[in-house]
Ligand binder design. Sequence first.
Ligand SMILES: [Zn+2]
Length: 339
Amino acid sequence: MNSRYSRQELFIGKESQKRVQDGSAFIMGAGALGSSSAEMLARAGVGELTIVDRDYVEWSNLQRQQLYSEEDARNKLPKAVAAKNRLQQINSEITIHSLVSDVHGLNIEQMIKGHDVIVDATDNFETRLIVNDAAVKLGIPFIMGACVASYGTMFPVIPEQTPCLHCLLNHLPIDGMTCETVGVISPIVQMVAATQVTQVLKILSGEPVKPLLKSLDIWKDEKAEINVMRLKNEDCPTCGKERTYPYLQFENQTKSDVLCGRDAVQIRPATTRTFELSIFLEGLKGTATKPVINPFLLSCEFEDYRMVFFKDGRAIVHGTNDTKVARSTYNRFLQFYAE
Ligand SMILES: [Zn+2]
């Protein structure tokens, strides 16, 4: 017996431990939920982990995003990269892939295919629905999880068995609240992540999971568990008889979106192209101030905004909630890039 996993193996059994070590999990998002899930899965010995995130580490993350350090925040390291660095320190025997990328309907299938299970650790419902479509299409179990303030909710989507997220859309209690507007406390993150990771370990071990929509308010001491099988909708465009997977369609892809509560807009270019950040920085000399550069992104003050520009041309424009303003600023910013 490998003593590293001996306590877990005593509980789940030798066969299941082998399945866990042969298994793979995709972690969608490296914020609070993603950090917590990823650390548990790495310690549990899941053989292959992929973690994707579009953002970088900031000081306000350190209160609950357990994989990150002050140094990561100082260096504005992309979360996926900082997460991988830390996870590899925790367990060097597993394979970890990190993707610094925005997830959308046109790249999601490529990212998740081949994985045994997907952990939802996104911070917005649009992305959850994109993942839901792709997971059902490819037949990969998807463990939904969300939390805000002291409240959390979780549900396992098992393709061809349970209802999917789309079926439950009108029944999910989470509304427009976000962690940026009403805050969040770390214990609820840990509870949601713990429930999600339990489902992952059961799925990898070959154990059945129950179709329960669980919700919990850890501050008010309230909880609910609902069996949602009756909500499986025959007419669901994702898991019903006639499937169109609406969130994977090109016309439903947003090119710019307001990062809720953050006074920032993300711009995603229509074309795929790689930028040399050092060349860009050179072009911005005399125009941009307070530049910070690392191998993944370039951050600087430009006009009245703080621009965070990634190698793939994606940018986060801080200081506005107006997508038009953000787009035009982005376009003026790009003019300083000369190849
Ligand atoms: Zn459905």
